[in-house]
Design a binder for this molecule. Structure first.
Ligand SMILES: [Zn+2]
Length: 130
């Protein structure tokens, strides 16, 4: 049986990050549809068909390309989330101001009273409370 599976999967794409993501999304969607008693539970089946289609596909180049595009989006989302989280952690100790002329974000430590800020990008100066 094991050899047969190995022989069957030879030259086929197999699993990747996009498939793992699709499986999680399918399970969550299916659980939500089931809990709400929705008649659309076949959506889960569609998700599974896509996952198996990609796994058994012989067009490895195309599947890898799909995965690469998926990873680009995943990384973009992850880094924007990290930036937002860092911003939240800094709120206690720093103020973030935008330069009035070039919109550059400038980080100022809190508790220094009214200070003159000089934009590091365009040299514009403005007064803010820190
Ligand atoms: Zn500026």
């Amino acid at each position: 049986m094991r050899e047969r599976i190995i022989r069957f999967m030879r030259g086929r794409y197999g699993n990747d990050n996009l498939n793992r993501f699709l499986i999680v999304v399918t399970i969550i969607a299916e659980a939500l549809l089931f809990l709400t008693g929705s008649p659309l539970t076949m959506i889960g089946l569609v998700g599974l068909i896509i996952v198996y289609f990609r796994m058994f596909s012989r067009n490895i180049y195309k599947r890898a390309e799909e995965n690469r595009i998926y990873l680009t989006y995943e990384n973009r989302l992850k880094s924007s989330w990290r930036r937002r989280k860092a911003g939240w952690q800094q709120r206690k100790t720093h103020h973030i101001y935008k330069c009035p002329s070039c919109r550059q974000k400038i980080r100022i430590p809190r508790g220094k009273g009214r200070i003159e800020i000089s934009c590091p990008r365009c040299r514009q100066t403005f007064i803010k409370k820190s």
